[in-house]
Design a protein around this ligand. Structure first.
Ligand code: ZN
Length: 257
């Protein structure tokens, strides 16, 4: 465990603030690494809000089916909704028992951070879905409900997703012992003050599919020379065990520069 002693997001220290431990990957996604004494209450509230949005809106069918942690047991349902398209074109929603449920697993695939290639801000098209396979059997569920199509209740939250990648990168770098060696650039995005999430955060150009690993999530950092200057760059690989796309975030330039 790494112990920091100041808020890694706003820099405040005791006795001005009370510090709490920080999970770089949220507890709700089974994140098991902890940075001790690394977040103040105000910043924890801000990060907790977009993490909650993601876990409720975008990731909850996946989390439920993978039986991920929840602080409140009642949040884990026995059924999940599916909205079916019937042969006559009408739509109907059913609550489907978890053990009969089927889900196409898609996770976001991102373009490279625009900073890497010195590109102007990009508005759209940063997030695509990357199909990873299915849990259960979608065709069997369609047959059972006499449907020709199905929609899942998950909602894409690209901005919250970018903030999560930024938060995992920044706090992951702190966990790996780099706090103080870089000038932070991700904190405005993490705290909600940055309008362009894709400057420092993104994915890979080529659609390289990395094979699944035994680890659920992998966070790694390394120094990288970009246009002649050293930057700490984090690779954030959430759901590595499912073979999800790898994301990158520039954590910041070297502090000595
Ligand atoms: Zn703070």
């Amino acid at each position: 465990m790494t112990r920091i002693g100041e808020c890694i997001y706003c820099g405040k220290r005791p006795p001005d603030v009370e510090l709490q431990d920080e999970h770089p990957v949220p507890f709700g996604l089974n994140g098991n690494i902890v940075v001790e004494q690394a977040s103040c209450g105000d910043c924890a509230k801000i990060t907790g809000r977009f993490e909650g949005t993601l876990q409720r809106d975008m990731l909850w069918p996946l989390r439920t089916l993978l039986e991920m942690k929840t602080r409140r047991k009642k949040d884990r349902p026995n059924t999940l909704p599916l909205s079916f398209t019937l042969p006559d074109g009408s739509e109907v929603e059913h609550q489907v028992p978890i053990d009969e449920y089927a889900l196409l697993i898609t996770l976001p695939e991102l373009d490279r951070p625009t900073f890497f290639d010195n590109l102007p801000p990009s508005k759209n098209g940063k997030v695509r879905f990357h199909w990873l396979g299915q849990i259960g059997n979608v065709n069997a569920v369609l047959a059972k409900y006499g449907a020709v199509g199905v929609k899942w209740p998950a909602k894409m939250r690209p901005d919250s997703y970018a903030r999560l990648i930024a938060k995992v990168a920044h706090s992951g770098a702190a966990h790996l012992g780099y706090y103080g060696q870089f000038v932070p650039v991700l904190t405005p995005l993490i705290l909600g003050a940055e309008k362009d999430p894709w400057h420092w955060v993104g994915g890979e150009h080529a659609k390289i599919r990395k094979p699944p690993t035994p680890d659920l999530h992998i966070v790694d950092v390394k120094w990288q020379k970009i246009r002649g200057k050293e930057y700490l760059v984090a690779a954030v690989w959430l759901f590595a065990n499912l073979g999800a796309p790898v994301h990158y975030a520039v954590v910041g330039p070297h502090a000595r520069a």
